[in-house]
Ligand binder design. Structure first.
Ligand code: CA
Length: 224
């Protein structure tokens, strides 16, 4: 279940929200001032933060500004002031949404669900490629088989990426040549075979699978 941090100095309100969130099944932590909130936000690995603006220590906007240097956790600002400025500033600094106090708990819960859904969608859109237990994170430039890291050279990585992006589709040597090396080697496409062998050594042989397959007379395909 998602982990939510409540940064709110009105302890009664914080406890009430905590109770409601726990009732919904969320894991909840609380901070009663800005500094504690910032520290928890930076280190706690939260899925969402409810951040009050008027806080002792550091105010909520300052907490958000500093936290944004290191984490991109979605934040819903809580404000008692009906100040348009605070809301605009908060949203400009990357808050996902805001709630003006006093609020109906049902509305807060709905906003939380919406913010979490948005994060989920974004995560799904980030470049994750996979074939069976083989997974590539393009943004992080990592490859793993069943959670075990696979070390690839840049060229091997690029070749695997093209294969994974076309999972199940047979690609000719010259297509791979062009997409991975950026040009056609004119009859020298056996460099593709060499790199396919490298990949097989590090993936298929290493983990006892047959993902990178040869289609005789045509080319290569990655599939389960
Ligand atoms: Ca407050």
């Amino acid at each position: 279940m998602p982990k939510i941090l409540i940064v709110e100095d009105e302890e009664k309100l914080a406890r009430f929200v905590e109770l409601e969130l726990k009732h919904e099944g969320y894991t909840v932590d609380k901070a009663f001032d800005g500094r504690d909130g910032l520290e928890k936000m930076e280190t706690g690995g939260y899925d969402l933060v409810l951040l009050d603006i008027m806080l002792p220590g550091l105010n909520g906007l300052e907490v958000l500004r500093r936290a944004r240097r290191t984490v991109d956790t979605p934040v819903i600002m809580l404000t008692a002031r009906d100040s348009v400025m605070d809301k605009v500033t908060g949203l400009d600094m990357g808050a996902e949404d805001y709630m003006t106090k006093p609020f109906e708990i049902e509305e807060l819960l709905a906003r939380i669900r919406a913010a979490l859904r948005k994060t989920e969608r974004r995560a799904a859109e980030s470049k994750q490629l996979a074939c069976g237990l083989l997974a590539m994170d393009v943004d992080r430039h990592t490859v793993a088989y069943d959670g075990q890291a696979v070390e690839l050279t840049q060229r091997e990585f690029d070749l695997l990426r093209v294969l994974l992006e076309n999972k199940g589709i047979v690609l000719s040597r010259s297509t791979l040549m062009e997409r991975v090396w950026g040009y056609d080697y004119m009859g020298e496409t056996n460099i593709v075979d060499v790199y396919v062998r490298y990949l097989r050594g590090k993936i298929d042989d290493a983990f006892g699978v047959k993902l990178v397959q040869t289609v005789r007379g045509v080319g290569y395909v990655i599939r389960e």
